[in-house]
Design a protein around this ligand. Structure first.
Ligand code: AHR
Length: 509
C-alpha cells in the first residue's frame, strides 16, 4: 500500500452561516438562473477500440444476449442513465468515415482500416442505420459528426439527405435499404478537431471551410439541424475568436474538447497512482473552468444573446492503456478518482449552463473515461457511471447558484483545488444538491442555508470508496456503487451534512 502524503494550504474566507469548524453553503435560488441542458449528460461513441464493436454492437448472430445486434445489458444501461444524446462516429474516426460504406446488406459492405485507432480492420456492420436505430430504440438524440477532413461537401450533403429527407434520390436509396421514414437528426458536427486529426487546418482556413460546408447542411421537411462548428484545441481562444467572428451567424454551436492530461508522454496508470498525482488531477479539473470562461468571454463578444452553444463534446480523463491492451484502443480502468473528476466537472459545467448546451464524456464504453466496460458477455458499470446516474435529477433542472464558504484549498505542485465542490438545481418543486469531498483522509462537516425553503424531508445517495484507487472489475462484486445516504439532517431551515472522505453525495429536498 502506497503512503499518501498531503500538502494542504488552508484559505479561510469570512463566513455567514457555518457550523463550528465546517464549510457553509448558501443557496441563492433565482428564476433568472439558466436551465441545465439535459444534453450536458451526453455520451460519445466512436469507432475506437471496442466502444462500438463488442461494446455496443455484437451483431444479431452473437451468443451474447442482444436485440437486433445491440447488447441487451448495454441497452439497459443506456436507459438507466437516461442518456440524452450520443455523438457518433467520432472523433478522429469521423474524418475518415465514408458513410456509403456503412449502408446496404451487411455482408456486402466493404471492410476498412481504422488508421487512427490501432489499424484495426472494421467490417462496417455498424453504420448509419444501426446507429440511428439504436438512438430510436433507446430514446437518445443522435449527434452525427460529419467528415470534413477527407470528405466532400457533396458526400456530407447526401448523408443528411439520406438520413432526413422523405423523398428524392437519397431517400429512395434509404427506402431500398429498409427504412421508409426519415430519421430525426438534430445535432450535426461540421468536422472534428479540424486543427489536428480532422485536417490540420488553421483557424482562418477552417472558418471559410465551415461557411462552405454548412451551406449544404440542409433542413429537409420538418427536420431542423443544429449545426456545430469544430472548435479549437483546449484553450485555443484565437480559434474561437476567428470562427465566431467569421461564422457565428451560420452556426448553432461550436465545440470544445478538454482532456485532463498533464503530460501526453506520461499520462500515468488509471489505477496505480499516489495522492500527489490524484490531487494534481483534481486541480487540473479546475482548469476546464478557466478554459470555459475564456471561450465564453469571446463568444459573448459576437453573440451577447448566447444563442450559440459551447459544446464540450469530448472531455474526461485519459490514462495509460491497461497493460497488455492495444495502445491504439485507449482502454482504461475507472476508479473513485474518475468518479470525483466527473462530479467536479459536472458541477463546473452547471455553473456555465447559460453558454454550455452540451457535453459528451469520452467515451461511453471501453474507451477512456467510460461508463461501461465489457469483456465477452460480461459488463461492468464504472464509478463514473454511478455519478451520471446519481446526477439525473439535475438534467433539465434550473440551476440554483450557490456560495461555498470556509472551504480549504488543497495545493500540490502549483495546482489548487477546493476540497469540496457543490452544485444545486430545482425541478418540479424538488431541490437537488450534490457535493463532492475530494480529501482522501478527512470527512467534511457542511451546513447548508436553504434560503428560506420550507423543507422537512431529505433523502440522499452516496458514492464513496475506502481507497481512491478502488474500481469495479469483472466477475467481482461492485466495490463502488450508488448507496442510500442518511448523513443529512434538516433543522430550522438548515441542512447539516457529514461528507465522508473521498465521497460524492446527492441530496433531494
Ligand atoms: O476520444 C479520443 C480522441 O480524442 C478523439 O477521436 C479525438 O477527437 C480526440 O483527440
Amino acid at each position: 500500500m502506497m503512503k499518501f502524503s498531503i500538502l494542504i494550504s488552508a484559505v479561510m474566507v469570512a463566513t455567514t452561516v457555518q457550523a463550528a469548524d465546517g464549510i457553509s453553503i448558501k443557496l441563492n435560488p433565482s428564476d433568472s438562473a439558466p436551465i441545465i441542458a439535459p444534453e450536458m449528460y451526453g455520451q460519445f461513441t466512436e469507432h475506437l477500440g471496442s466502444c462500438i464493436y463488442g461494446g455496443i454492437w455484437v451483431g444479431e448472430d452473437s451468443p451474447i444476449p442482444n436485440t437486433k445486434g445491440y447488447r441487451n445489458d448495454v441497452l439497459e444501461a443506456i436507459k438507466e442513465l437516461k442518456v440524452p444524446v450520443m455523438r457518433w462516429p467520432g472523433g478522429c474516426f469521423a474524418d475518415e468515415y465514408h458513410w456509403m460504406d456503412g449502408i446496404g446488406p451487411r455482408s456486402k459492405r466493404p471492410r476498412m482500416v481504422n488508421t487512427n485507432w490501432g489499424g484495426t480492420v472494421e467490417d462496417n456492420s455498424f453504420g448509419t442505420h444501426e446507429f440511428l436505430d439504436l438512438c430510436e430504440l433507446t430514446g437518445v438524440e443522435p449527434y452525427i459528426s460529419g467528415n470534413v477532413g477527407s470528405g466532400s461537401v457533396d458526400e456530407m450533403q447526401k448523408w443528411i439527405e439520406y438520413m432526413t429527407a422523405s423523398d428524392g434520390p437519397m431517400a429512395l436509396l434509404r427506402k431500398e435499404n429498409g427504412r421508409e421514414k426519415p430519421w430525426k437528426v438534430k445535432y450535426f458536427g461540421v468536422g472534428n478537431e479540424t486543427w489536428g486529426c480532422g485536417g490540420h487546418m488553421t483557424a482562418e482556413y477552417y472558418a471559410d471551410i465551415y461557411r462552405r460546408y454548412q451551406t449544404y447542411c440542409k433542413n429537409y421537411g420538418a427536420n431542423h439541424l443544429y449545426k456545430i462548428a469544430s472548435g479549437g484545441n483546449a484553450s485555443d481562444f484565437h480559434w474561437t475568436d476567428v470562427c465566431m467572428k467569421s461564422a457565428a451567424k451560420m452556426m448553432d454551436g461550436i465545440s470544445f474538447h478538454y482532456y485532463y492530461v498533464d503530460d501526453w508522454n506520461a499520462k500515468g496508470s488509471a489505477t496505480d497512482f499516489d495522492a500527489d498525482s490524484y490531487y494534481m488531477t483534481m486541480g487540473h479539473v479546475y482548469d476546464i473552468n478557466t478554459a470555459i470562461e475564456g471561450h465564453s468571454k469571446i463568444m459573448d463578444k459576437y453573440d451577447p444573446e448566447r444563442r450559440v452553444g459551447l459544446m464540450i463534446d469530448e472531455w474526461g480523463t485519459w490514462w495509460d492503456v491497461e497493460p497488455g491492451t492495444n495502445p491504439g484502443h485507449l482502454y482504461q480502468q475507472n476508479t473513485m478518482r474518475d468518479a470525483l473528476v466527473a462530479a467536479v466537472s459536472l458541477n463546473i459545467f452547471h455553473n456555465h449552463a447559460a453558454r454550455v448546451k452540451m457535453a459528451n464524456i469520452a467515451q461511453f464504453a471501453n474507451v477512456l473515461q467510460a461508463m461501461l466496460l465489457t469483456k465477452g458477455d460480461q459488463m461492468v458499470k464504472t464509478p463514473t457511471f454511478y455519478v451520471f446516474k446519481m446526477y439525473i435529477p439535475h438534467m433539465g433542472a434550473r440551476l440554483v447558484p450557490l456560495d461555498i464558504e470556509n472551504c480549504e484549498v488543497i495545493e500540490v505542485h502549483g495546482r489548487k483545488a477546493p476540497v469540496v465542490s457543490a452544485t444545486a438545481s430545482q425541478k418540479d418543486g424538488v431541490t437537488t444538491i450534490s457535493m463532492a469531498n475530494i480529501l482522501i483522509d478527512r470527512p467534511q462537516e457542511i451546513t447548508i442555508d436553504l434560503a428560506g425553503m420550507k423543507a422537512s424531508q431529505v433523502s440522499g445517495g452516496i458514492i464513496s470508496a475506502s481507497d481512491i484507487r478502488d474500481y469495479n472489475d469483472f466477475g467481482k462484486p461492485e466495490k463502488i456503487t450508488l448507496r442510500p445516504f442518511s448523513g443529512a439532517k434538516i433543522k430550522d431551515g438548515r441542512l447539516t451534512v457529514k461528507l465522508p472522505a473521498s465521497s460524492i453525495v446527492t441530496l433531494r429536498i
